[in-house]
Design a protein around this ligand. Structure first.
Ligand code: MN
Length: 425
């Protein structure tokens, strides 16, 4: 569990001037971790600060940072060391970048010159479905009397998704081919006609538990390395047809986009809030006093669309979803504890998706399947969208906000949808 300390002090400023700009995603209170490359040098770990990246390999070589694991080309080593190591790194980096410390522009790289990579090789990816409003809105169409999955209020429902197709923000997604049944009962095979996004929170795992060794709620919070944005690209026509009774398959494995920067659990300490009250109360193995008082996070999340016409006209992305992560029925800690109930070994760098972060407000529908329940959305330029069209770009952003704390941003998770390939002969 993260404590508030000097690194969260709202008065702390950085000698990196852009980090002090009001509304900056990456002030010194944030210090998210990622993997980048620039010029001819290969991938290495870095910390976002303002519009710069602190090169952690260079910082270790200059004796400014002590932990040599961050010289590696991925965050896997730091994730394996666990939360004590990431907390120590945070304290060190915060002191190094603080106003009053000797400025070291020689260990900075401008973000504009950097290319971002996946934070680690993702070995396992499980996707949850933790929003009451997402389940209720879509479930009403299936069964108005029982819109929720039967276990929804008893456990965080999830499925094992695909790790190999997790990609970093900025990489394009190609409209996939698939099979589905049309409304008239005839069969279809071809490029999907129902491409969707799901606005989700990514949860990155710290440390390992041996197979057979559950993770109780008392230890679950410390298994969370950090958070990011996740687009669970969804192929609705394929998904609807293939799902019963074993669950999602090709409708989900096409691609999953994650934001490049991981906002650490330490950085989010000031934004912990009480988890929503559950009715009925969950079983004791998914409950803890800490989870009830601190298990949720106050993070405002948005999803926006930029169509080719909007791009050509120089217009800003249009916000389709404006939602709040704190309202999720199940917290990240319960996802971790539940996942390991049977002794499943959660590995450092494993990825969990929170499920579509929909809220009760009309503006908080976090996928087009929900938005489209009341008809296609009309964009400011008059275009309409039922599903994502070729060339459309989906852009997620998020910001943690709390009284008395400097707000911190998550950067972006974006991806453009490219047209389908010609089916191979
Ligand atoms: Mn999902």
């Amino acid at each position: 569990m993260a404590q508030r300390d000097a690194t969260h002090d709202p008065a702390r400023r950085s000698w990196v001037a852009s980090a002090n700009a009001p509304g900056a995603d990456f002030p010194i209170q944030n210090l998210p971790l990622g993997v980048f490359s620039a010029g001819l040098a290969g991938p290495r770990c870095g910390v976002a600060i303002g519009d710069q990246i602190l090169d952690l390999r260079a910082a270790v070589e200059a004796d400014l940072v002590m932990n040599p694991v961050v010289k590696e080309a991925s965050l896997a080593g730091l994730m394996a060391q666990g939360r004590a190591a990431s907390a120590a790194l945070r304290a060190e980096v915060s002191a190094l970048l603080s106003e009053g410390a000797t400025p070291r522009p020689d260990v900075l790289v401008p973000m504009s010159r950097a290319r971002m990579h996946l934070p680690t090789t993702v070995r396992n990816f499980s996707d949850f479905m933790a929003s009451y409003d997402h389940c209720a809105r879509l479930g009403v169409r299936r069964d108005p009397k029982n819109p929720l999955p039967q276990a929804f209020r008893q456990l965080p429902v999830a499925y094992h998704s695909r790790a190999s197709s997790v990609r970093v923000s900025g990489e394009a997604v190609t409209r996939p081919h698939g099979q589905w049944q049309r409304q008239d009962g005839s069969m279809a095979f071809g490029p999907t006609e129902a491409m969707d996004y799901e606005l989700e929170m990514a949860v990155w795992i710290a440390g390992d538990n041996a197979i057979g060794e559950p993770v109780p709620m008392s230890r679950a919070p410390d298994r969370i390395f950090g958070y990011g944005l996740l687009n669970d690209w969804s192929v609705r026509d394929v998904q609807r047809w293939e799902m019963p009774p074993l669950g999602p398959f090709l409708g989900k494995s096409v691609s999953t986009s994650v934001s490049a920067w991981i906002v650490t659990a330490e950085a989010l300490a000031p934004f912990e809030v009480a988890a929503p009250v559950q009715d009925p109360p969950c079983l004791p193995y998914l409950d803890s006093a800490w989870n009830r008082s601190n298990g949720a996070l106050s993070v405002r999340m948005t999803a926006a669309i930029l169509t080719p016409r909007m791009r050509a006209a120089g217009e800003a992305p249009f916000i389709l979803t404006d939602t709040q992560f704190a309202g999720m029925y199940w917290t990240a800690a319960t996802m971790v504890a539940h996942h390991a109930t049977n002794g499943c070994n959660l590995l450092a760098g494993d990825l969990l998706g929170s499920g579509t972060v929909s809220g009760p407000e009309e503006t908080a529908r976090a996928c087009l399947a929900e938005i489209g329940l009341t008809g296609p959305v009309t964009l400011p330029n008059g275009e309409t969208r039922k599903w994502i069209q070729d060339g459309d770009e989906i852009v997620f952003r998020a910001r943690a906000e709390a009284p008395g704390a400097v707000p911190i941003g998550f950067g972006e998770c974006r991806g453009v949808l490219n047209p389908a390939i010609a089916w191979p002969a």
